[in-house]
Design a protein around this ligand. Structure first.
Ligand SMILES: [Zn+2]
Ligand SMILES: [Zn+2]
Length: 435
């Protein structure tokens, strides 16, 4: 079997691969790389006629964002995914279309109409229920534990090939960790944190509770910028449970931007959440998604949010836009307030600048002086280095590992650790490799 690399190699972003053998083709993910300039996967035109099936592991745009471009070209592949992935893709692509329009003013690359066509071509699958692609590959989706409904893809041809998408080995408040202990010949594995260990959850949570308590006690506001899908829901469920247990004093939690939509989709797809959460809702009227702690601001100017100390969870996660910016502008002058970054902050974003200690940031063409406290407490939907290695070692019959979805240092560190036991390949974009 061969694997063509169109993106997601030596970088985090635009994951897109074509796996094929003897006239059978299946595409794995179809993402874009967001940044100051959006980068697209490099798919040769000649490949269009083979694109009958695309498996999308999860909704994040670095795995799904190129779909509207493909359909705009007139191609009509089947898009295979779980139901939560489809629901979340609909939200993220609609937002991406709106955003693109605002940025490009008329010279749009795709519209909501293209997104609608994408959505009409989804084929839904349950975890561990094999199906056949148009060309006859046997394909199974396995739980990846990264965001709700996120999947790993097992393709069975001459060889058994497992593509991880993004994986979290450890479980979270909402999700079980990824499926483990199966058999395959080749593993195509993400390496986001390939040179880092993630801190223990317990320590992280202690720190979070401490930081929030401190600010509320001083009479300040806490702002947690977050992505719409994934961490946003985890953070809300965490805060809810800490307030309920009394670890954090009862306070209003304002939910802003698309995080609320993500929450609704999560609630509608509860079958994909952890047993514990499902039982809690089924066995009692105690539904954390409908918690009285969660609020939506009543006033357009958000004055009500500032009547008393409160917590705000808002998009965007890296302060590249969204309602979070309005909150930064308003909260930044007061040292009693605090911003807590819980997700990855990419180079060049406002989030990264504030985290690096910049005393002023530009918002809406105005310079805003930063007097509020700045903290970083990471909770990750990915896996640390030793978790990734343990995951690979748990696979029976594994011979070859292809490392993708990582920056240079992460890939290098993973390769060094794995090459004693496996044949390790770190491919580049444009390459075709044997798997
Ligand atoms: Zn992801
Ligand atoms: Zn990713």
């Amino acid at each position: 079997m061969e694997l063509n690399i169109y993106g997601g190699a030596h970088e985090v972003g635009r994951n897109c691969f074509m796996l094929h053998e003897k006239g059978k083709y299946i595409m794995l993910d179809c993402g874009v790389k967001l940044g100051e300039q959006t980068e697209y996967p490099l798919i040769p035109d000649a490949m269009g006629k083979h694109m009958r099936d695309i498996v999308v592991t999860h909704a994040h745009l670095d795995h799904s964002g190129y779909l509207p471009h493909v359909f705009k070209e007139g191609l009509r592949p089947n898009v295979h995914a779980t139901k939560p992935t489809k629901d979340l893709v609909a939200v993220l692509l609609a937002d991406y279309a709106r955003l693109g329009k605002a940025v490009r003013k008329g010279s749009e690359t795709f519209t909501q109409r293209d997104v609608d066509v994408v959505m009409n071509n989804f084929r839904l699958h349950e975890f561990r229920q094999p199906f056949h692609s148009g060309h006859g590959f046997k394909v199974s989706l396995l739980n990846a534990g990264h965001v709700l409904g996120s999947a790993m893809v097992l393709v069975e041809g001459e060889k058994k090939v497992l593509y991880t998408g993004d994986i979290s080995v450890r479980g979270t408040k909402l999700l079980d960790g990824c499926d483990r202990n199966f058999q395959c010949d080749t593993l195509i594995m993400e390496s986001t944190y390939g040179n880092e260990e993630l801190p223990a959850v317990k320590e992280t949570m202690k720190k979070l509770v401490h930081e929030i308590k401190e600010t509320l006690k001083e009479g300040g506001h806490v702002l947690i910028p977050s992505f719409a899908v994934g961490r946003g829901q985890e953070i809300l469920l965490l805060l809810e449970s800490y307030m309920k247990s009394g670890a954090i004093p009862e306070t209003k939690i304002y939910v802003e931007g698309m995080i609320g939509t993500g929450m609704k989709i999560t609630r509608q797809n509860l079958g994909y959440a952890k047993e514990e959460i499902k039982n809690r809702i089924l066995m009692s009227d105690d539904d954390p998604f409908k918690s009285p702690y969660f609020h939506t601001p009543r006033r357009k100017d958000r004055d009500d949010v500032f009547e008393e100390p409160a917590i705000v969870v808002s998009t965007s996660g890296m302060l590249t836009g969204g309602p979070a910016l309005g909150y930064v502008t308003r909260m930044a002058p007061d040292p009693k307030n605090k911003i807590i970054f819980m997700g990855y902050q990419a180079e060049g974003t406002r989030g990264r600048k504030i985290l690096n200690g910049d005393k002023e940031v530009e918002i809406d063409h105005k310079m805003v002086k930063m007097h509020m406290k700045v903290r970083e407490i990471r909770i990750s939907g990915h896996s640390g280095k030793s978790e990734l290695i343990q995951f690979a070692k748990g696979i029976k019959g594994l011979k070859k590992i292809v490392l993708i979805h990582g920056e240079e240092d992460a890939l290098k560190s993973m390769k060094e650790s794995l090459q004693r036991s496996y044949e390790v390949v770190v491919p580049s974009i444009g390459e075709e490799i044997k798997v």
